[in-house]
Design a protein around this ligand. Sequence first.
Ligand code: GSH
Length: 246
Amino acid sequence: MQLYSLGTPNGQKVTIMLEELLALDETGAEYDEHLIRIGEGDQFSTGFVAVNPNSKIPALLDTGTGSRVFESGAILLYLAEKFGHFLPKEVAARTEIMNWLFWLQGAAPYLGDGFGHFYAYAPEKFEYPINRFTMEVKREMDVLDRELSEHRYLGGDEYSIADIATWPWYGNLVRGEAYGAGEFLQVESYRNLRRWAEEILERPAVQRGRMVNRTRGAPSEQLHERHDASDFDLKTQDKLAPESAA
Ligand SMILES: N[C@@H](CCC(=O)N[C@@H](CS)C(=O)NCC(=O)O)C(=O)O
């Protein structure tokens, strides 16, 4: 597997999935990860566009089948079906997971491109979009919180690609790790969502997956490119020579 990505929430979905598959001894999920620096325009290079014509990370090339896969939701579904994990086979249970997977793919842009952009990154604090997207993101957290008051995981009691897709967005958000907005959004009030977020973070594969392609935060938690399982121990930014760590 050749993965072209960056450690944003959409990127983390895929590296967490691949690490989860490897934790189940699915050796076919062994992957090379190539860092795509979207701030420097790598996503517009000819090589990247051949794998994802939409010029957005993440993009996956399965060299075994020759399939290119783009859109993080499609990548999760492809890997779940290829390896037969994290997606139930029985129709009703599978449908419920697909409901939440598609929900996330539709909801996350309100969080990232809507709330996150206007709350944290826009050059000015525009009141109208901040209010609009705050209301929507709090509504989305409430939807998740209610679901997780009835089930251990999204759509049921088994960990699935719905959780893997959602955790990098709403798990990080409810843990107060996104946009410096924990207090503003009163994240501590979403108790079931927080319980779920903490439980998922305990998974070793999640801890590894969130380090891959990360270019911010503690150097010991940044593994810019992953080509081998040993890279987690040997090639995080704190362990690389200063000239190659740039
Ligand atoms: N719907 C896409 C969204 C992917 C996406 O928005 N990727 C962002 C980073 S998280 C990106 O590559 N942005 C680069 C750009 O817009 O030029 C998916 O789920 O894969």
